[in-house]
Design a protein around this ligand. Structure first.
Ligand SMILES: *Cc1c(COP(=O)(O)O)cnc(C)c1O
Length: 455
């Protein structure tokens, strides 16, 4: 197969250097120690520069520029050109072997197409994870679906098999299930959930937007969804600026998704019988194609995915070691056989191990000492207005009699957020980051020593 984006990307090295706006002397341990005491906010800002994402290397710039010179700058058929190359190389990088893929201009649009393809429409019941980025679920609401939000495990933030089974038992009309692997920690029960749903003939929409490269027992995320979707938006692990990929093994779903947003233009569209009247045009009224320059950037970034995850993992492991003696900060442990993508870096705060000081106050003290940490102010989807009220918007076509929620629903998700300490994720070489992490850890220890609370 012709390669549309070369291997010229040598930009991997860039992860081995500090960012261009961080001078080597700023990273000397003594100067960081001085800074964190004299100007803690400035030290947190230094950490933000070190954690900045995405990282665009010279290799990325070259890859995109060289594609731009060659073109084409529009790829109509997602099974051709740079789109085809991206779909294949992405699968190879993750160890996936799904039969069909489609590129989209965003994961939101890919999810929208997936929900339409599996038949979500007015009144259709969709059981969805109740804690995730809203775009996992909003397309189902938009299509008129009746969304039943499922609570997550308060320690992992993910869905469990038992909750899915119970939800389906209590509501036999559920036609679709949707989940996300939150913060890059793969849902431990994904294989069991997928088996159950297969038996019940309920399609699974698997949102993998946090978890490129994560796996459970050797099975990559994206293996089990009836449709599995990945975002390539800038924050994500393979940043293309904007973009989304989706995979399925079902030819009729591929065809249906092509009808939604690609005018049915695909050389693989023959796999399913579709009436000639729709074959000419598609019927979705949307055009959701990925920009080929975004695909070129994604291909270049993809070559660093394993390095990025490795750096994030090593930095995470080192930081955990440095604060392992701090009883009130509890990092999650993952069962053997679990590989996380390190999309986020979260620990649980245990106030009982810190004199019952509330998390907000603890975070405040840490930040005043220069520790780059935040308290998760998010919460379950059930706290968002569209899940509680009738929304009055010029475009709403939400089902009027759909499920509604209150602030007290989904206590597991609320607890997960309430006790989450959110630390930055560092993708650069651990050799650059070691001293920085040590200074952060020193400040955490300082916060726990007497007097830090001014009482
Ligand atoms: C980012 C994200 C999306 C949306 O992705 P876009 O490509 O920005 O549309 C959907 N789901 C989850 C879990 C995400 O994190």
């Amino acid at each position: 197969m012709r390669s549309y984006v070369g291997n010229s990307s040598s930009g991997g090295q860039c992860l081995d250097d500090p960012p261009p706006d961080v001078a080597a002397r700023e990273l000397q341990r003594e100067s960081m120690r001085k800074q964190v005491r004299s100007d803690p906010a400035e030290f947190r800002e230094l950490c933000a520069r070190l954690a900045r994402w995405p990282i665009i290397t010279d290799g990325d710039v070259q890859s995109v520029a060289s594609y731009l010179r060659k073109g084409p700058t529009s790829v109509i058929d997602p099974d051709r050109g740079v789109s085809r190359q991206l779909l294949r190389e992405f699968q190879d990088a993750l160890g996936l072997s799904r039969r069909y893929g489609i590129t989209f201009n965003s994961a939101t649009n890919a999810l929208h197409a997936a929900y339409r393809a599996v038949g979500v429409g007015p009144g259709i019941k969709v059981a969805a994870i109740g804690y995730t980025f809203h775009a996992t679920v909003t397309p189902a609401l938009d299509l008129g679906g009746d969304v039943i939000l499922m609570d997550v495990d308060p320690t992992t933030g993910n869905l469990t098999f038992d909750v899915v089974r119970r939800t389906l038992e209590m509501n036999r009309e559920i036609r679709v299930v949707a989940l996300n692997h939150n913060w890059g920690v793969p849902c431990q029960d994904i294989a069991r959930i997928a088996r159950l749903l297969k038996r019940l003939r309920v399609p699974l929409i698997e949102d993998c937007s946090h978890a490129h490269g994560a796996s459970v027992n050797g099975e990559s995320v994206g293996t089990h969804g009836t449709v599995s979707v990945f975002s390539l938006q800038s924050k994500k692990l393979v940043p293309a600026g904007e973009g989304g990929l989706c995979y399925t093994d079902d030819p009729s779903l591929k065809s249906a998704m092509l009808l939604v947003g690609h005018y049915f233009a695909s050389r693989e569209s023959h796999v399913v019988q579709v009436d000639d009247s729709v074959r000419q045009t598609g019927v979705g009224g949307l055009q959701c194609r990925m920009h080929p320059l975004a695909a070129a950037l994604a291909l270049s970034q993809l070559q660093r995915l394993s390095t990025v995850i490795r750096n994030r993992r090593l930095n995470d492991e080192f930081f955990r070691k440095l604060v392992a003696d701090v009883p009130c900060i509890v990092f999650p442990e993952w069962p053997d056989g679990t590989r996380v993508s390190h999309y986020g870096c979260r620990a649980a705060y245990d106030p009982a191990a810190n004199g019952d000081i509330p998390i907000a106050q603890f975070v405040d003290v840490l930040r005043r000492l220069g520790v780059p940490v935040e308290h998760d102010l998010g919460g379950p989807l059930s706290r968002k207005a569209i899940y509680q009220q009738n929304v009055d918007s010029p475009i709403s076509r939400f089902a009027p009699d759909r499920h509604r929620y209150t602030d007290d629903d989904l206590p597991g998700a609320a607890e997960f957020c309430r006790r989450s300490l959110v630390f930055p994720v560092f993708s650069r070489n651990p050799l650059i980051m070691a001293d920085v992490l040590e200074v952060i850890a020193e400040q955490i220890h300082a916060a726990l020593s007497e007097g830090a609370y001014g009482c």
